[in-house]
Unconditional design. Structure first.
Length: 432
């Protein structure tokens, strides 16, 4: 995912280990026992799928193998299957035995350019092309487990078709981590291509793995995850010998001033007590040799916000700072913004209605008042079109968090994830 988050959410979820936040389970529905039994029986298959995807990860917009496995599985279940949606996405449609509303369940399929260091027997050894380079590829954000969970959910609901009051749309999404430069992809492209229409979706649910107590579910009604924007700053100066910086433009000092100015924007120039805001320079590239001051430098990074007005303000202040600094040095700059994701905003009515569902699915291990999360999710594009609810599934405490080369999941959590997704669909369609 385009995220380095979860720490705030995970910290809150760890409170569950004390038992203080455990919720009393609501009365079970008639189909709960069948869902629990089916999820338990399917667990070995779900684990096998997850390990296969983990060993064979694919980058954004390249999820060809993964998509084929998913599509073949959905066809065997008797679902209507659409492929090539949003480049490599797969959509399965299950029409229940009774008329009713339409609910969508979403899982993301793409991996990341990360060199795996988990030591797992099924660790990835895959490499691929990324930004013109050959890079290692790893499922370092749990999308392998998301895909396997939704495949298991589809199998359960297909076997319970007669009890489904309406239609379930299974969305297997590519490029959640962001499409390659110059390409469209992810949730925005799927929405553009009509994934929420024909049939018209009434509500959508999604889950995401995070470090925390196994099987716990955590979320926040309303704004939960930040809006994100990617930026790139291309600086142009004048090359010189490293021993004579006065003959050129000291690009290292220039970039250092920009980084310092950005830190001051978010710590001293905006009202940080309103909503959290983060402006980060993540990469600095320039130069080829230790004793040559380069002519060009490139900075990239990310802006995370919750308030549209603050987002506009920070963008203006950042651009003004870069212009001022580069003019002072006698250099020039091209500032580019892109890859915008809106705030992941959980529909409050939907979140309240589904809390009893997740309480039943987890045996009470739920927490619905976590802190804001500065990571972003393109699930937000679905939420802009229809009511949506996004929540996190605790997958244990891996050595590294999401996007780490050590990231792993406790596979026991996946059984609970399957239960949760199936019950969410059934409850919503029953008019929960």
């Amino acid at each position: 995912m385009s995220k380095t988050y979860w720490l705030a959410g995970a910290a809150a979820a760890f409170a569950l280990t004390t038992g203080a936040q455990a919720q009393p389970a609501p009365a079970p529905r008639p189909y709960d026992a069948a869902v629990f039994a089916a999820a338990k029986a399917l667990q070995p298959k779900v684990v096998a799928w997850r390990r296969d995807f983990h060993e064979h990860p694919e980058l954004s917009n390249s999820e060809v193998r993964t998509a084929k496995i998913v599509a073949d599985h959905l066809r065997k279940l008797g679902l209507e299957v659409r492929t090539g949606v949003g480049k490599t996405g797969v959509v399965g449609i299950l029409k229940g035995g009774k008329p009713g509303k339409v609910v969508a369940l979403r899982a993301d399929m793409d991996a990341l350019p990360v060199a795996e260091q988990t030591g797992l027997a099924f660790a990835s050894k895959v490499t691929a092309q990324y930004n013109g380079q050959t890079v290692p590829v790893m499922h370092a954000c749990g999308h392998d487990s998301h895909t396997a969970i939704l495949m298991g959910t589809a199998e359960i609901l297909a076997t319970m078709k007669d009890q489904v009051d309406g239609t379930v749309v299974f969305i297997f999404q590519p490029a959640e981590e962001g499409p390659p430069p110059g390409e469209e992809g992810g949730a925005p492209l799927m929405v553009k291509e009509g994934v929420l229409k024909n049939p018209k979706v009434d509500a959508i649910f999604g889950l995401h793995a995070f470090p925390g107590p196994v099987g716990a579910m955590v979320w926040r009604p309303g704004p939960m995850m930040a809006a994100s924007d990617r930026f790139e700053i291309q600086l142009k100066g004048r090359q010189a010998h490293g021993s004579m910086p006065w003959q050129g433009i000291d690009m290292s000092s220039l970039t250092a001033d920009i980084v310092t100015a950005f830190n001051q924007v978010t710590s001293r120039q905006i009202n940080v007590s309103k909503t959290p805001t983060v402006l980060t320079v993540a990469t600095l590239h320039g130069g080829l040799r230790y004793n040559i001051i380069p002519e060009d430098m490139t900075l990239t990074g990310t802006l995370r916000t919750f308030d549209p007005g603050m987002r506009t303000d920070v963008i203006a202040r950042a651009e003004k700072a870069v212009t001022s600094i580069t003019e002072r040095y006698g250099a020039s700059a091209k500032f580019t913004w892109g890859n915008h994701n809106p705030v992941t905003d959980n529909n409050r009515i939907l979140a309240a209605a589904m809390k009893p569902t997740l309480t039943r699915a987890t045996g009470g291990k739920v927490l619905d008042d976590i802190d804001y999360i500065m990571g972003a999710e393109d699930f937000s594009y679905f939420q802009k079109e229809v009511p949506g609810f996004f929540y996190h599934l605790g997958v244990g405490n891996p050595k590294g968090g999401n996007h780490s080369p050590f990231f792993d999941v406790d596979e026991a959590a996946m059984e609970i994830g399957v239960r949760a997704q199936a019950l969410m669909a059934l409850d919503f369609l029953k008019g929960s």
